[in-house]
Design a protein around this ligand. Structure first.
Ligand code: BGC
Length: 705
């Protein structure tokens, strides 16, 4: 979206001349409820935006009201369309494991199209927070632990949400969030303090925002947290100096839910008046839900603490977005919102494709998978085996559990008529209304079956906002269910449904076959059956490390080396994660051979090619995510032990070989230097290419000036 277009500027200047102070302030107000007060504000033309309000008829009606008011400026209608609107897609963390940027872009585009049918024109997504602490419930909403990969996903999702390839409905702006560093909350406790150095800010937390801004995001949401003592939603430094100046953002900033008001609780504002003053001057144009801009700005203007120029600047930024979205034309005479495309068959097909690509095969030690369709009997066990609403994950938006295909249904549809399918819930999920399920009958069912599909994990309410966990294991009594089932049947496939990495050390000892399914949305059961029966060969790779135990957290692949890498240890735990970033198995066996570089020296302006041969050493066609990592072993500051800088998802027939080529240019070797500007320092660099972040295929070259 191009908020920098100058052709609206004159129109906006004209409008500002004719607006009253209250109409201007109204533009900065967003409410999340729609009661008498908000209705009146709409009719009076003194409100700029609503959230949690949608529906073709309702939105058309209120846009009509406002267009007939004395201040006919269409409303921004915001919504949390995080992983699907009517069609339920996998949670973002799951999608990120597909390493399929085109498909992620497509699910975002579909979600936006469906939301636009209901009048939504501002989507509070993507969440681009780099998240390295699985205790934090919101890891489910992002793309994992890596800033570079997170940036690719951020850009793809922004492009998707803002594809806007229709003209019979309002266009949509994405709103990447939560700016900034929100995922670094201490102890994984949502909303808590974040201690972030300028270096870490620039290296880790800013890159996905930069990518989202460069992809044209029209809005950014300022976060709840304080960054090293500076609450993000009242921070002139973060919003003005960094977001606008350094990253070049030209759109509008919306606060997270009442996060300007929370400046008082943070202790950087004595009262609401001071919070509003700081928030507005810092650069939060749209205040979410608190109503305090409406309450406090008149007096602040009166006293001159906020000038009309400050106010106009904020209104202008909001109007630019409204113009860029074409809302004025769309709502000139609001009638209807064009064709309804909810759950179009094409959308559901994409949901299935995205879901199967999101699945990560963690273990297949006895090659139990893929399954034959001719098995005599399969028992499907577990509290998540037939739990439709949990499959919809943490932000269920306008999805409907009645459309969800569960594992049980998917398997029933997939097997031959000769296979007997039984089901036993085994136990209940914490907090579920239905507490039925008993381990004994599940064990009995497992005893007599050829195969057990055991669906365990977290209830979906364990992930998402303010759902931090202190433990990362399976909720009780699932470990007992697992143990008992494994004791009576050697053929168990453990299928995990969860919104964060879990600690699976014990589970891995008990079971040889583990499938990480996350929450896959509407098409969960179809996608899982596709993978289990081999119609789709799993290709997902983890985008976040799985610790062995909670005490290892935070643990991520691109850590610093330290001065004593060989000595770093826990007395009582291993030092490596159980499953590292980039890890995931396939039914095929891939072999990496002949890593070569086109040169041993790279000069600025040149391109160095890294080449590797990938061979499918198996009888099955499959896809592999080939990953390229770089390391700068001697720089002016310490650098990560490796950083992902390229990947390609390659499809290979049985026995096929392919050459995969990555290009390296000087900018890919850069890191934040003086004034946080990127700098690539001459010297040695190492390249690693392989199937996960531990790969040891290495070559090296020198950067010379
Ligand atoms: C969340 C945001 C969300 C907003 C609006 C907040 O509590 O942190 O991610 O967009 O609510 O629903």
């Amino acid at each position: 979206m191009d908020c920098a277009r100058m052709d609206y500027e004159d129109q906006i200047t004209e409008m500002l001349k004719n607006m009253t102070i209250f109409q201007k302030i109204g533009q900065l107000v967003q409410f999340g409820t729609f009661r008498e007060l908000e209705k009146q504000l709409v009719k009076d033309g003194e409100i700029g935006s609503l959230l949690n309000f949608c529906g073709s008829t309702q939105v058309t009606e209120i846009q009509n009201w406002i267009m007939q008011s004395e201040c006919p400026i269409p409303l921004l209608i915001g919504d949390d369309v995080i992983h699907g609107y009517k069609t339920g897609f996998p949670i973002p963390l799951a999608e990120s494991c597909s390493f399929d940027l085109a498909c992620m872009e497509e699910t975002a585009a579909i979600a936006a199209r469906e939301a636009a049918c209901d009048g939504v024109n501002m989507i509070f997504a993507p969440m681009v927070d780099v998240a390295r602490d699985p205790r934090w419930g919101r890891v489910a909403e992002g793309a994992g632990e890596d800033p570079w990969y997170g940036s690719q996903v951020a850009a793809a999702r922004v492009r998707g949400f803002q594809r806007n390839d229709w003209d019979d409905k309002p266009h949509v702006t994405a709103c990447p969030k939560h700016y900034v560093g929100y995922a670094a909350s201490e102890g994984g406790r949502d909303y808590s303090y974040t201690e972030i150095s300028e270096r870490t800010l620039h290296e880790t937390y800013l890159p996905p925002f930069r990518a989202a801004v460069e992809a044209g995001a029209g809005a950014v949401m300022s976060a709840f947290n304080d960054v090293s003592g500076d609450p993000a939603s009242l921070s002139h430094h973060l919003l003005e100096d960094v977001l606008r100046e350094e990253l070049g953002f030209r759109g509008l900033v919306v606060s997270d839910w009442e996060s300007v008001e929370q400046g008082v609780a943070h202790g950087v504002a004595a009262d609401l008046r001071e919070a509003v003053k700081k928030g507005l001057l810092a650069g939060v144009e749209l205040d979410m839900n608190s109503g305090i801009y409406r309450e406090q700005l008149p007096a602040l203007l009166e006293s001159g603490e906020i000038t009309e120029e400050d106010l106009d600047r904020a209104v202008r930024r909001i109007l630019r977005v409204k113009f860029s979205l074409g809302l004025f034309e769309q709502y000139e005479s609001p009638e209807s919102l064009g064709q309804q495309l909810h759950r179009h068959p094409e959308h559901v097909r994409t949901a299935r494709q995205m879901a199967r690509e999101s699945i990560v095969l963690l273990e297949n030690r006895k090659q139990l998978l893929p399954l034959s369709r001719e098995l005599g009997s399969i028992v499907v066990i577990g509290p998540l085996a037939d739990a439709p609403s949990h499959m919809l994950g943490c932000w269920q938006c306008k999805t409907d559990a009645s459309h969800v295909v569960t594992l049980l249904q998917g398997v029933r549809e997939a097997v031959s008529a000769d296979t007997e399918i039984r089901y036993a819930k085994g136990c209940a999920l914490p907090f579920d209304e239905d507490q039925s399920g008993d381990i004994e009958s599940a064990v009995l069912a497992a005893q007599g079956s050829d195969l057990v599909l055991l669906a365990l994990g977290e209830p979906c309410g364990f992930c998402g906002e303010n759902n931090s966990r202190a433990f990362l294991d399976l909720p009780q009594p699932q470990d007992e269910l697992l143990r008992r089932v494994c004791a009576v049947n050697p053929n168990v496939v453990l299928i995990l449904m969860n919104g964060r990495p879990l600690t699976l050390t014990r589970e891995r000892e008990l079971v040889d076959t583990i499938v990480e399914a996350w929450y896959l949305g509407d098409e969960s059961g179809h996608a899982l059956a596709d993978v289990l029966f081999g119609d789709y060969n799993p290709s997902g790779k983890l985008t976040i490390s799985f610790p062995r135990s909670v005490g290892q957290v935070p643990i991520y692949y691109n850590q610093r080396n330290s001065g004593r890498p060989e000595l770093i240890r826990y007395i009582d735990e291993e030092i490596t994660p159980l499953y590292p970033f980039g890890y995931g198995l396939s039914y095929s066996r891939f072999v990496y051979e002949d890593l070569t570089l086109s040169a041993t020296v790279l000069h600025p302006g040149e391109t160095l090619r890294v080449q590797v041969t990938l061979r499918n050493d198996s009888e099955r066609g499959g896809e592999e995510v080939v990953q390229m990592y770089l390391r700068d072993p001697a720089a002016s500051v310490t650098r990560p032990v490796r950083e992902l800088k390229g990947f390609e998802k390659v499809s290979l027939a049985p026995g096929e070989r392919k050459t995969v080529v990555f290009e390296i240019t000087e900018d890919m070797l850069a890191f934040p230097g003086a004034d946080w500007k990127p700098v690539a320092e001459p010297g040695e660099f190492q390249v690693f290419v392989g199937g996960d972040s531990r790969c040891d295929n290495m070559a090296s070259f020198r950067l010379e000036q």
